[in-house]
Design a protein around this ligand. Sequence first.
Ligand SMILES: *[C@@H]1O[C@H](CO)[C@@H](O)[C@H](O)[C@H]1NC(C)=O
Ligand SMILES: *[C@@H]1O[C@H](CO)[C@@H](O)[C@H](O)[C@H]1NC(C)=O
Ligand SMILES: [Zn+2]
Length: 522
Amino acid sequence: MTDRGPKFRIAKFLKIIICTVLFITLVLFTIASVRTLSLDVNIGLQLAQWEKVNNIAPDINQRQREELLANFKEAIRIPTVSSTNTDINTTALLEFHKLLRKAFPTVFSSSLVHHEVVADYSHLFWVPGTQPALAPYMLLAHIDVVPASESDGWEAPPFSAKEIDGFIYGRGTIDDKQSVMGILQALEYLLAKGYAPRRGFYIGLGHDEEVSGFQGAMNIVRVLKQRGVRLAFVLDEGLAVLDGIISGLEGPAALIGISEKGQATLKLSVLMTPGHSSMPPRESSIGILAAAIKRLEENPMPRLFGYGPERGTFEHLAHKFKLPLKFIMSNLWLFSPLLGRVMERRPDTNAFVRTTTAVTMFNSGVKVNVIPPLAEAYVNLRIHSAQSLQEVLDLVQSTIGDQRVKIELVDGFDPLPISSYDEKSFGFQIIKKTVLDLFPEVTVAPGITVGNTDSRHFKELTNATYRFAPTWFKPGDPQRFHGINERISKKNYEELVVFYFHLIQNCDTEKLPDPHSSVHEL
Ligand SMILES: *[C@@H]1O[C@H](CO)[C@@H](O)[C@H](O)[C@H]1NC(C)=O
Ligand SMILES: *[C@@H]1O[C@H](CO)[C@@H](O)[C@H](O)[C@H]1NC(C)=O
Ligand SMILES: [Zn+2]
C-alpha cells in the first residue's frame, strides 16, 4: 500500500491534467468556431441600414471621357519632381497651377469655391456648405512626385503619359495625381450640374509631400488652425483596393488606412584616435560600429502582431479566407502569436509584425593605409503602432550596449493615432459606403500604411484621418509605386472621378444610420 500510494496519486493527477487540457481546448475551439461562424452571418448586413440617397448621377459621356483623360495626361506630363527639401521643380509646379485653371474652369470661377495658393505652390480650396452646422471634412492629395528616369527600364518615358493596352504610363499615375485630378474633375462636374453641398469641405493639394510636406501640408494646417477649423475627417492617399495581393484572400479588399507607422532616423558613430595601419589597435572604429550594427540586425524589435490596427484588418477580412486561415484570422485572440511568427518570415509582411530596422548608410575611411578615427552609420526604423519613439530609442541603446557608440536621433515621430472605424465613425462609414456602391464585390477593412503621408500633419485638426483611394492594385502593381512603369488603367482613372463625385455627395448625410436599425424598420 505504501508503495502504490504515490504512483496511484500521480496517475490520477495526470488524468486530471489531461482532462483539463482537453476541456480547455474544447472550450477554446467552440468559442473560436462560434466567432468564425458569426463573422459569416454579419457580412450580409454590411449596408442594409442605409437609406436610399438621391445622388446626382455622373452620367459621363464620351466627350467627357476624352476630356477627363486628356486633363489627366497633361498633369502626368508636367515633371513636378521633388528630389530633396531644397530641390523641387518650382517651374513645373507653376505650370501645374496653370493647368488646373485651364482644366477646371468652373472650379476656379464658381462663387461657391474659395481658392488660395499656400506656400507659393500648394493649393487650398474651401467649398462652404448650405448647412454651416455640419462639421466640414477635407480631401488631401499631393502634386509632387518622386524622380523617375527612363533608363531605369520604363516601357514608356515616365513623363509621357503614353497609353499602352488601356493603361496610362507615367510617374504620378498612382501617386498621387490620380487623386489630385480625380477630386477636382469630380468637383468640376458636380458644379456644372448645379450641385451645392450641404456639408462644407476643403481640398488641400500639397506640393512637397515626397520630401515630408514641411512647406505645403504644414502651411495649410497653419492657415486652417488660425481660422479655428475643426474637421469631421480627413481623407488622404495611402491604401488602395488590393486584388490578388493578399495571399489566401478571396476577392478584392479595399483597405482604408486608419494609422501610419512612426519613424526614427538614427545616426550611429564611433570616434577613436587615428593611427597608421602598420600599428593597428585591437579594435577599430569600423569594427566597433560594424559589431553594433550586427547586434541590431540579429536582435530585431519585439514581435507585436495583434497589438496594433493590423488586428482589425485581419478580423474584417477573416470571412473572405478559406479554412483553416478563416478559423485562424477570426481568432487572433488565440492565434496572433502564431500568425506573427509566420508573417515575420517575409519582409513585406514582417512590416506589420514589428518595428523594422533598416541600415541605410555606412561610411568610414579615406585611405588604404590610414586607420580612420570616425565611422558613421544611419539606421531607419519604422515604428509599430504599439510602440513609441522613446521605447524604440531605449531598445536600440540597450541592444547596442556599447558606450563607445554614440546614438543620435536625426528625426523621428511616434506612430500616428488610430482613427476609429466602428459603425459610428462618420468618415470611415461614408468612405466604405462609397466604395461598396461603386464596387459591390469588394470587402472593406481598416488597414495600416507603412509609409507616411501629408495627413500626418493634420492630427491637431481632426481625430479621424483615413488614407485611401480606389486605385486597383493587382499582383506586381505595388512595385510600380515609386518604381518603374507606374501606371493606371483608363477605366480605373474614370472610376476615381466617379468615386469622388459620389463621396462628396454622400458626405451631405447629416448623420449615420443607427447601427441597430434594419431594413424592415424603415
Ligand atoms: C522642371 O519642369 C520644367 C517643366 O515645367 C521642365 O522643362 C524642366 O526640364 C524641369 N527641370 C528638371 C530639372 O527636370
Ligand atoms: C479629439 O478627441 C478628443 C477627445 O474625444 C477631443 O477632446 C478633441 O477635441 C478632439 N480633437 C479634434 C481636433 O477634434
Ligand atoms: Zn504619395
